[in-house]
Design a protein around this ligand. Structure first.
Ligand code: F2R
Ligand code: MG
Ligand code: MG
Length: 311
């Protein structure tokens, strides 16, 4: 895919971070709902007052700040420092709605334990396959040299908390998808078969690519409830990262619709809309979201400032 000159890199970086946050905030009230009625969503969108984000954005911002701080240095990511920064963010705001194992991992890191020990001990030694590493990973696309680098950075940021192979692979898929969205041109169709091959080349595992085969059959008329039946909408990375990618691929040039479709898929709505919003924003820029959303978004100024440092 070629880079588009009409949406500059600063707009795209802002779009990636603000899109993630606004998707998270709009989706949060519906997290756990099996079905999300279109009219209920429309009325929630129009409620006045702040749009508050959750753990998804809190950790996305930590990763974005970490990458911005280290930009131009020898290594974009310092795993030990980043693990501590994630844990500090949880300790400062534990009420953001974190996953149960994630909270315990952060608590133990705060006591001085090594992330390698605590992440690999969770879930009886399986590690977490939750979507928590994927939900926060999109900023890696802003510093990655190429698609393989996006996958590598995503996996390195994931294993700090998600030692299960699917927790890590979900982050790799979302990091790669963000990279491809960032380097795509608004208005130009996205070739899903080509994307699948690029993802395969970046090391995305076969059982994840099988989800791309399901998405290949979707069209703009595909209802989000149907997509959720086929792809899932749960807290497991394998049941939510592909659903977010579907929301983006079905409607890549309409960021507001991407977020609405992602929320209407139900289930882990804040997280699916956060990941889908990051992709839509990376392609179309922050200005493509409704003003009324961005104006009401919690810490939009912080997110914008951080995006500008990364652009
Ligand atoms: N935690 C939530 N939402 C719950 C309630 C929030 C409520 N609104 C509130 O305000 O309190 N949302 C956030 O958590 C998800 C990301 O989770 P993460 O970071 O991956 O956490 P964790 O704990 O590692 O995994 C989450 C769940 O996945 C299941 N699971 C994971 N690995 C497993 C394994 N190996 N075996 C069995 N189950 C596994 C468990 O049910 C975990 O609790 C996002 O939705 C974010 O928004
Ligand atoms: Mg959340
Ligand atoms: Mg969630």
């Amino acid at each position: 895919m070629s880079s588009d000159v009409a949406v500059d890199s600063r707009e795209r970086a802002r779009g990636l971070l603000l899109g993630a946050a606004v998707g998270d905030a709009l989706g949060a009230p519906f997290e756990g709902a099996v079905r999300v009625d279109e009219r209920l969503l429309a009325s929630a969108e129009n409620v006045t007052g702040q749009l508050s984000y959750t753990d998804d954005t809190a950790l996305t911002l930590v990763l974005a700040e970490h990458l911005a701080e280290r930009r131009g240095g020898e290594d974009a990511l310092d795993p030990d420092a980043l693990a501590r920064e994630f844990a500090d963010a949880w300790a400062a705001e534990p009420w953001r709605g974190y996953g149960s194992a994630a909270q315990e991992i952060f608590r133990l890191i705060c006591t001085g334990m090594d992330w390698r020990t605590v992440a690999s001990a969770s879930f009886g030694g399986q590690g977490s396959f939750g979507n928590g590493a994927a939900m926060r990973v999109a900023p890696v696309a802003l510093v990655a040299d190429d698609l393989a680098d996006a996958a590598r950075l995503a996996r390195r940021s994931a294993v700090l908390t998600h030692a299960h192979a699917d927790g890590e692979a979900g982050a790799a898929l979302q990091g790669c998808a963000a990279y491809l969205a960032l380097h795509s041109s608004p208005g130009e169709p996205l070739d899903r078969a080509a994307i699948r091959e690029e993802l395969r080349g970046a090391g995305i595992e076969e059982h994840w690519l099988a989800k791309l085969d399901i998405i290949a059959e979707f069209d703009p008329e595909t209802e989000p409830e149907r997509a959720a039946q086929l792809l899932g909408h749960g807290v497991a990375a394998l049941e939510s990262v592909p659903t977010a990618l579907a929301a983006f691929l079905i409607n890549p040039d309409s960021p507001a619709e991407v977020i609405r479709w992602a929320i209407r898929a139900g289930g882990d709505t804040d997280t699916i809309a956060c990941m889908a919003g990051a992709l839509a924003g990376a392609r179309n820029g922050a200005d493509a979201f409704p003003d009324s959303w961005i104006q009401r978004l919690e810490h939009a100024d912080l997110l914008t400032e951080c995006a500008d440092r990364l652009a």
